[in-house]
Design a binder for this molecule. Structure first.
Ligand SMILES: Nc1ncnc2c1ncn2[C@@H]1O[C@H](COP(=O)(O)OP(=O)(O)OP(=O)(O)O)[C@@H](O)[C@H]1O
Ligand SMILES: [Mg+2]
Length: 262
């Protein structure tokens, strides 16, 4: 399998915090790659660097995607290359319908007028793909989080996703919704979609991941290949924690400055 994505020596600093320090990760085309690490390890920051939330120039290091050096200046840039991120905080507009949410900013229109029949038709196709039995005109605020997550994935599919990034997708889901989501991820994999999944739930990671990268305190610690048979929960935990369990959470220091917003 060829390498689809390589992030090399990524360093990202916020005022007073080095969130990432020389982190590297390589993702193979067609795999499900999990990123594990404790709270505050830098997982979300790494994915925000990848997807252009933090634009090129605001971090050090290189991103090579599909054999080309990437310098994304915005989410739009990374989406144009098929990289779609679903953030830890869901980003749907509650008062809009499923169809409106899916095509928000990407409207199906002719002569400047939204083509609703086409929008609804395409939405039905996407909902069928993610296995969500709701009508396109259903308002998002009437759906539970599990279904909203599926709408997010349907939205990703509408953008011709090649690399799907899910940041803790099952954190707020029930057991059965989580299983359904993981099944969908495996189904997308069989259709050639590469995914990166951030998760604390190691049983889920073991179920779907081909490779796991462990990040600790802003540094990449290990890459574990499921084919090697080393992908055990103990091994992941050991790499994640890397220190005595009395210090389970990284120490944090924050210095509050002047009021910037009141
Ligand atoms: N916008 C920001 N400004 C300042 N510091 C930040 C910002 N975003 C993240 N950090 C800090 O960078 C570090 C890494 O945060 P990040 O959100 O990437 O961790 P994470 O691994 O996703 O954690 P979690 O499991 O809690 O989601 C933390 O110390 C965090 O406080
Ligand atoms: Mg996070």
């Amino acid at each position: 399998m060829s390498t689809l994505l390589e992030m090399r020596n990524i360093t990202k600093t916020f005022p007073g915090v080095k969130a990432l320090n020389n982190v590297s990760i390589a993702v193979r085309e067609g795999e499900i790659h999990a990123i594990c690490g404790e709270n505050g390890a830098g997982k979300s920051t790494l994915m925000k660097v990848l997807s252009g939330v933090y634009p090129h120039g605001s971090y050090d290091g290189d991103i090579v995607y599909d054999n080309e050096t990437a310098a994304f200046r915005s989410i739009r840039d990374s989406e144009d290359r098929g990289i779609i991120i679903i953030h830890q905080e869901l980003a749907l507009i509650p008062l809009l319908t499923i169809a409106e949410n899916i095509f928000l900013g990407n409207e199906r229109a002719s002569h400047g007028v939204i083509d609703w029949p086409e929008t609804f038709r395409e939405t039905e196709g996407l909902l069928a793909k993610v296995g969500l039995r709701e009508t396109p005109g259903t308002r998002v605020d009437s759906l539970g989080v599990g279904k909203q997550q599926l709408v997010e994935i349907a939205k990703a599919l509408s953008k011709n996703v090649r690399l799907l990034i899910l940041d803790e997708p099952t954190a707020a889901l029930s057991e059965s919704d989580s299983q359904a989501l993981l099944d969908l991820l495996l189904e997308l994999k069989s259709q050639g979609v590469t995914s990166i999944i951030i998760s604390h739930k190691l049983n889920e990671v073991r179920r779907v991941a081909d490779t796991v990268t462990v990040i600790r305190d802003g540094a990449s610690i290990s890459t574990i290949d499921a084919r090697g048979g080393e992908l055990t929960e103990d091994r992941i935990v050991r790499d994640m924690v890397g220190r005595d369990m009395a210090h389970r959470y990284p120490e944090r220091e924050s210095r509050a400055g002047n009021v910037v917003f009141e």
